[in-house]
Design a protein around this ligand. Structure first.
Ligand code: SAH
Length: 340
């Protein structure tokens, strides 16, 4: 059965039209779901009884449940259990600019990045649009505050679940939906080139982040299997076109792995790769995980790497750390829960 949270405004309008009902019920229902936050369709009192009965027959409501919460400084990590007993996680971060939520897009991930906990386990399935929307709804209810920023950087590769992710964006951005500004939504990809091209025509001003993690193909292929399919040259060309079409600034994520990709010559190589681009680099101190051998670069090395980029005119930040102590790196909580 479809979840009521799977439907965009347009789809809901069509649903009502197909049922010989009024199109404007879609707006009413969005208000019930996303503003008044009803739990059952019975509460939608301005809809006719027959309309409610039909909706009840056609759609499910709650499809995911928070089963544990871990708290750290400025961060909460939520583990969800899905209807089929799978697990996903989302991480809430308290920034000075408001609450930001990192949501999952798949159960597991097929990208197989060498340093990533999620990638150790194959994708079980895509999340539905509703399962992504519900992560936000339920965490807002649990913490009692509005979430202002959403990043799709939890478990999964969002561009391997492209259609559902795009629908989720439409729902959470809609003024009658969660009304989260498009500029406050970020999608992070490991670099699936055809989808980057498709995304440049997606008519919402959302941010795109690209997990780069290496300044050349040899190293990138060793860390990220996707680089064997889409080498840097193709990735950079697609991103250039994306930038031209959208005029949006790109973010490059670069995890610093001790003695792997954190050397000064690699910083200089990164400068040549990115020079002149409307981009900024987010350096991420690696969250070590018990199953993988990679180590975090030490603070001095991180500072050196940062300085080289900065001195050469690249916009760069070092990501503020949130989840290290509570295993908040991609996929860690799910792994612990499932003991693999
Ligand atoms: N598949 C997408 C989004 C999910 S991963 C992508 O690759 O961008 C989100 C980010 O977390 C990626 O940049 C990923 O490389 C990074 N990441 C994965 N494991 C990590 C860890 N242990 N420590 C720090 N960052 C990690």
């Amino acid at each position: 059965m479809n979840s009521i949270y799977d439907l965009t405004m347009e789809e809901l309008e069509n649903y009502f039209l197909e049922h010989q009902d009024k199109k404007f019920h879609a707006v009413q229902l969005f208000e019930w779901l996303y503003q008044k936050r009803i739990k059952t369709i019975e509460e939608a009192t301005n809809l006719k009884k027959e309309t409610r009965e039909q909706l009840k027959k056609d759609f499910s409501f709650q499809n995911i449940t928070i089963t544990s919460v871990e708290e750290g400084e400025g961060v909460k990590k939520y583990l969800f259990t899905l209807n089929d007993q799978e697990h996903i996680e989302a991480v809430l971060m308290y920034h000075d600019y408001g609450l930001s939520l990192c949501i999952s897009s798949q159960v597991g991930c097929n990208m197989g990045c060498a340093f990533c906990e999620s990638g150790r386990r194959k994708k079980v399935r895509n999340l539905t649009t509703g399962e992504m929307v519900e992560q936000i709804l339920q965490i807002e209810e649990s913490c009692g505050e509005r979430i202002r920023h959403v990043v799709v950087m939890g478990i999964g590769e969002p561009f391997d679940n492209y259609d559902n992710v795009c629908k989720m964006i439409q729902i959470i951005n809609h003024p009658k939906g969660l009304n989260i500004g498009a500029r406050h939504i970020t999608v992070s990809t490991c670099g699936i080139v055809p989808k980057i091209r498709e995304f440049s025509d997606f008519p919402y001003q959302v941010n795109l982040a690209v997990s780069l993690h290496a300044p050349n193909d040899t190293l990138r292929k060793a860390l990220m299997p996707i680089a064997k399919v889409y080498p840097l040259k193709e990735l950079m060309e697609a991103l250039e076109e994306y930038e031209k079409k959208t005029s949006r600034r790109l973010t490059f994520e670069y995890i610093l792995l001790k003695d792997v990709n954190d050397k000064e010559e690699q910083a200089r190589e990164l400068v040549s790769l990115l020079k002149g681009k409307n981009a900024y680099v987010n350096l991420i101190p690696y969250n070590e995980t018990q199953h993988l051998q990679f180590k975090r670069s030490n603070t001095i090395q991180i500072a050196r790497f940062y300085d080289i980029l900065k001195k050469n005119g690249i916009c760069v930040t070092i990501r503020r750390e949130f989840g290290g102590k509570i295993n908040a790196a991609c996929g860690q909580l799910r792994s612990i829960k499932e003991e693999v």
